[in-house]
Ligand binder design. Structure first.
Ligand code: ATP
Ligand code: ATP
Ligand code: MG
Ligand code: MG
Lengths: 230, 230
């Protein structure tokens, strides 16, 4: 369902080039749960954004459901991304002027649907309940704790039940119990609905939910650990 | 060195009042290392900001080195805070247009000193080395990974060698090894220089560095675990 071929990503700064991703080739099967672990600064977020079509590689290509997203038109790539993927950002990326319900319902709004319709508002409520934020619906991001903001980002990413979920450290600001609740919920969608999940995490307990763990270092995948969960 | 008496903090929203802190009394001895743990949304960041003088309680008082900071003038409170404390924010709060060196040196700049002088620039380099960001000095925050931004926030908080360090989840975006390196460094300043540390963390391994752990829940301190490290 997802393939990367010889991906590289360079950032150009005055006087130097940062090679954040230096040649990554990997593939993810439908319904698979893959974790990416590695030191801070090793290129995990950059790699995840390349895989999710949110960034263009310096070289190499990414195939989403067989389509090379680099070769699609902007609108086609955007449509594919919005219809097939969800993304939890490491820095949340919530809309400051919207409350929790509006932020979680944003994917529907962007798709031209009405998040206040009966079935969509039920789905939004369900996503909010899954991340245990029932009762905080009217809060805006600056009225939420960091872990609550992180959970809004998770709810927004899963509300469309995407075929492919990308999650960049979704539990870094959460206590053990709340974080486990969210990982359990993500794992269930994987098992019950065949959702594919690519999770970046610093937490070995979170990585333990995966079918396999790719160890990232210095912009490359350096190791692979097959956990054989299923 | 730090005392809280019957602290409360309410947030007012249209139609409801959120009681983030509901009566906290505690005291911290000079040179002590205290950890605060608890569920997401339980009031830890709110409490830490009250203790650090960055927020005013709805009722109750905070005494910093014997001075009730609520009764000081704005300029006196600000000066006390800047000369005696350092604060690592959960959301980093870096200056977007400044690079790493400038961000880390900001406490000196604010105090009217020149961070480019020989001894201060050496201290800045030392703080940057402590968080393992040597080589990234010219990067601006948007050219850094989340964990690197978090480490800049830590370096900035410790560069003045404050008597009292407040740290709100300083390792949430860091891998095990990098995070341990930072906690080791903080623990050393505690032991060698008698620095007082109040650390909010979701990570039990980080809390294990403390002399005692206060368990926060629903805006209150619900439990205390004495680790007897020293
Ligand atoms: N400006 C605000 N208005 C209303 N409620 C708020 C505001 N800021 C925070 N809150 C609420 O206060 C409570 C405590 O927030 P706080 O940030 O202290 O939690 P926390 O323990 O640090 O959580 P986390 O572990 O997720 O960082 C949360 O339930 C949050 O929803
Ligand atoms: N815009 C940029 N310009 C220059 N360098 C950058 C830029 N963005 C990121 N980098 C560098 O690229 C490297 C990889 O960044 P990335 O965010 O992918 O790391 P990461 O593995 O997600 O780290 P963390 O675990 O801290 O989140 C880092 O060393 C960072 O300094
Ligand atoms: Mg990252
Ligand atoms: Mg917090």
């Amino acid at each position: 369902i997802l393939e990367a071929r010889s991906l590289t990503r360079q950032y150009r700064m005055t006087g130097e080039i940062v090679e954040a991703v230096r040649g990554v080739t990997l593939s993810v099967m439908p319904g698979e749960f893959v974790a990416l672990m590695g030191p801070s600064g090793s290129g995990k977020s950059t790699l995840l954004q390349l895989l999710g079509g949110l960034d263009q590689p310096t070289s190499g290509e990414v195939l989403l459901e067989g389509e090379s997203i680099g070769r699609l038109s902007d609108s086609d790539a955007t449509r594919l991304r919005r219809e097939r993927t969800g993304f939890v950002f490491q820095s949340f990326n919530l809309v400051p002027l919207m409350n929790v319900v509006e932020n979680v319902g944003l994917p529907f709004t962007i798709a031209g649907q009405d998040p206040r319709s009966a079935d969509l508002s039920a789905r939004i409520r369900e996503a909010i309940a899954l991340v245990e934020l029932t009762g905080k619906e009217r809060h805006k991001p600056d009225q939420l704790s960091a872990g609550e903001q992180q959970r809004v980002a998770v709810a927004r990413a899963i509300v469309t039940r995407p075929a492919l979920l990308f999650a960049d450290e979704p539990t870094g600001n959460l206590d053990f119990r709340t974080g486990t609740g969210i990982l359990d919920a993500l794992w269930r969608t994987c098992v019950e609905r065949g959702q594919t999940i690519v999770l970046v995490t610093h937490d070995a307990k979170a990585a333990a939910y995966a079918d396999r763990v790719l160890v990232v270092g210095d912009g490359e995948v350096q190791d692979e650990i097959v956990l054989g969960r299923r």
